[in-house]
Structures are given as structure tokens and as C-alpha cells.
Design a protein around this ligand. Structure first.
Ligand SMILES: Nc1nc2c(ncn2[C@@H]2O[C@H](COP(=O)(O)OP(=O)(O)O)[C@@H](O)[C@H]2O)c(=O)[nH]1
Ligand SMILES: [Mg+2]
Ligand SMILES: [Zn+2]
Length: 288
């Protein structure tokens, strides 16, 4: 019996790589299907090297559904400051989802070379840094090396809209990857993405999921209190709210609203929160 990491799923088969870099194409054991358990890219598995049957999936530390991947150590939230414009709504949404999944977050802002006036961006950068997030900035002509260290020894995924420069970054880390940049197919609709398989690529001493750019994603939870807890600064200050289970929406004497009004919480952040709360409420309406 051998153990290895699933790096690719190919219509029911799984490419598994061992610690000695041997690759095997394995099939799952029939029993998994019975148990409604499917191996996923990122899974550590035991398999029989003769029959090439996966015998056991090791317990997962986490799993995402879009993209379908298990055991992520780190998610890179990649956002361009221009072309496309900085999308703070999507940033706050992805931050919430990744916080909920309890996976390490690195934020990368790209294309800083395209920004003539950095004043507004500096404020945003300062704010998200104050939340405790590790943030890197990149751009043509700017250093990328330190971001590379964040990939080493980790299973990672780069999330963000098409065109923000994910493939460009990865190619910079490893020229042999030769990922296509500015793919037209990526820029067109989301339909294409569902047919694409997730694959882990060797980058430095780490693994990076080559996933299509993901735009809008649904929240993996339904209740508003959970949402409020994924906004780290809201959670931290919520003990100052009058109500113990304050949702920071219409309650009186709410510390979060106070902070928003005094500029302690940047406007876009609170407005995005309100919008997400509305979205969850809408979903609940249709459920009952
Ligand atoms: N000016 C500038 N352009 C960039 C930068 N990074 C990527 N691009 C360009 O943005 C386009 C999309 O990049 P790509 O890596 O394909 O984005 P992806 O869809 O996120 O993988 C390409 O034309 C890149 O050359 C950057 O830092 N500065
Ligand atoms: Mg790409
Ligand atoms: Zn409150």
C-alpha cells in the first residue's frame, strides 16, 4: 500500500503523486460511492499500487465546493487595482467565505503599475492590513519574489476574477508552467468553467490549484449571525453592541454602525455587509 496526494481528477479517475514523485492513475473503491464520499483533488489517500484502487481517504482539514478541492492551506485572493477595477464587493464576499472555511488568507493586489494616483488605494490597503490580513502588492516592474515564499510547502488556490493577473503571477513564479494569460475563453461567461477540471500544479515546493477565475460565489451558510462573525472587525467589536446577538443592521445602540458612521469601518465594507445580509434574508424567504 502507498500513500499520495490527489493532484487531478479525470472523469472518475484520480492522478495520485507519492512523496517520491511517482504518479499513479487510480480508481476509487466502490464503497466510497456507497458512502457518498468522493475523493477530491487535494485529498491524501492510501491506495493499492497493484490494483490502483484508492482504499482510504485521510480526514480532511477543510474542503471548498467552488472550486472542488480539499485540504487547502492558503487561499490567495487576487484583485487588480485597475483593468478590471478594484472590486471590493467581491473581496469582502470571498473574505467572508474563506474566513468561514477557516483557511489562511493572503490578499494580492495586482497591476499597481497602472495606478497614477495611489491615494485612495493606500487607504484601502491600510484598512485591510489593519484587519490583520497578509497583503502583497504586485505589478509589472515591481518585485514578486516575496509572494512566492507564501506558496512554498502549501496547497494553495488563487481566487479572483478573470483578467486580474493570476496566471501572470504563477508564470512569474515558475516559467515552465507556461499558463496562458488573458485567455478569451476565461473572459467569456461562466458556463465553460464547470467543465474544466481542477488540477494541482507544482510551484516551487508547493501546490497551486489551476482554477478558472471565479467571480460571484454563493455563501456556504445561511444565517446572518454567521455572516457577521466572518467580518473579523465586526466580530471583534460586537461586544460593545447593546444586544448580545446584534446583527448590526437595524438594532439600536450598535457599535458597528457607530464605527461605520465615524469612519472607523470603511464605507464599502459596511455597505457590502448590508448587501450580503439582504441576500441571505432573501434566500431564507424562499426556503420556508
Ligand atoms: N499592467 C499590468 N498588466 C498585468 C499585470 N498582471 C497581468 N497583467 C495583464 O492582464 C491580463 C490578464 O492577465 P492573466 O494573468 O491572464 O489574468 P487571469 O485571468 O487572472 O489569469 C494580461 O494581458 C496580462 O498581461 C500587472 O501587474 N500589470
Ligand atoms: Mg488565468
Ligand atoms: Zn451591532
Amino acid at each position: 500500500m502507498k500513500s499520495g496526494l490527489i493532484i487531478k481528477s479525470i472523469s472518475g479517475d484520480y492522478k495520485v503523486i507519492t512523496e517520491n514523485n511517482e504518479e499513479f492513475v487510480c480508481k476509487p473503491r466502490g464503497l466510497f460511492r456507497h458512502m457518498e464520499e468522493t475523493p477530491k483533488v487535494g485529498d491524501l489517500v492510501d491506495f493499492d499500487e497493484k490494483t490502483k484502487i484508492i482504499l482510504k481517504i485521510h480526514p480532511r482539514k477543510n474542503e471548498l465546493y467552488r472550486p472542488i478541492i480539499a485540504n487547502l492551506d492558503k487561499v490567495f485572493l487576487t484583485f487588480s487595482v485597475k483593468e478590471p477595477d478594484l472590486n471590493l464587493n467581491l473581496l469582502d464576499r470571498l473574505l467572508s467565505i474563506v474566513e468561514y472555511n477557516d483557511i489562511n488568507i493572503v490578499i494580492v493586489f495586482t497591476k499597481l503599475d497602472l495606478l497614477d494616483d495611489k491615494t485612495e488605494f493606500e487607504k484601502i490597503l491600510y484598512y485591510y492590513k489593519s484587519l490583520g490580513y497578509t497583503i502583497y502588492t504586485s505589478g509589472f516592474g515591481l518585485p514578486y519574489e516575496e509572494i512566492m515564499d507564501e506558496v512554498n510547502d502549501n496547497i494553495c488556490c488563487f481566487a479572483g476574477q478573470s483578467g486580474v493577473g493570476k496566471s501572470t503571477l504563477l508564470n512569474f513564479f515558475d516559467h515552465t508552467l507556461n499558463l496562458k494569460t488573458a485567455e478569451i475563453s476565461e473572459a467569456l461567461g461562466r458556463g465553460k468553467h464547470t467543465t474544466r477540471h481542477t488540477e494541482l500544479l507544482r510551484v516551487g515546493t508547493g501546490w497551486v490549484a489551476d482554477t478558472p477565475g471565479f467571480g460571484n460565489v454563493d455563501f456556504p451558510f445561511e444565517d446572518l449571525l454567521t455572516l457577521s462573525h466572518t467580518f473579523t472587525e465586526f466580530f471583534k467589536n460586537s461586544d460593545q453592541c447593546k444586544y448580545r446577538l446584534c446583527l448590526h443592521l437595524d438594532e439600536p445602540d450598535c457599535e458597528i454602525k457607530r464605527l461605520f458612521e465615524s469612519g472607523g469601518i470603511i464605507g464599502s465594507r459596511y455597505q457590502n455587509y448590508q448587501q450580503f445580509a439582504g441576500e441571505l434574508k432573501e434566500k431564507q424567504k424562499y426556503k420556508y
